[in-house]
Design a protein. Sequence first.
Length: 164
Amino acid sequence: MATTTDGDRLGPVELLVIEFPRGQVSGAGFATMTELVDRGVIAVLDLEFVRRTEDGAIELVDVADAVADAPDDLGYLLGASSGLLDPDDIATVGESIEPGCLAGVLVFEHVWILPMADAVQAGGARVLAAARVDPADLVAALDRLEADDPADPADPRRDEGQVV
């Protein structure tokens, strides 16, 4: 876990870009993000919505216009446009989506990990590294392992107690 210069701790931070082909975020998807914030699982550090018009222009879209059935109280998102995403980031996202589509760009912190980090650090341990594993890479690794199938009864390692 990292500590900022003013002493605030940060959990792992991720960037997530989601394209919405219909040009609007579902209220249900937005409600799920809100629930994760309310439960203290994540903190929203930056949230932008980017639209690529039919003629290719790239524009920022207000959250209330981007989300179908947006809740009346979007107060927790005030200030979520923190500036972490700069104009170059917005342009890159806009160029990557199809004309007529909308993209949500979310920078979020995994705050759920902070109590665990505190507990292990209080015991004298320290977090040495944190890394994100792309789910596609994980699936590929699991597929390779399954292809090798070390749990195969004919595997000679089973007799040596190496495979359960």
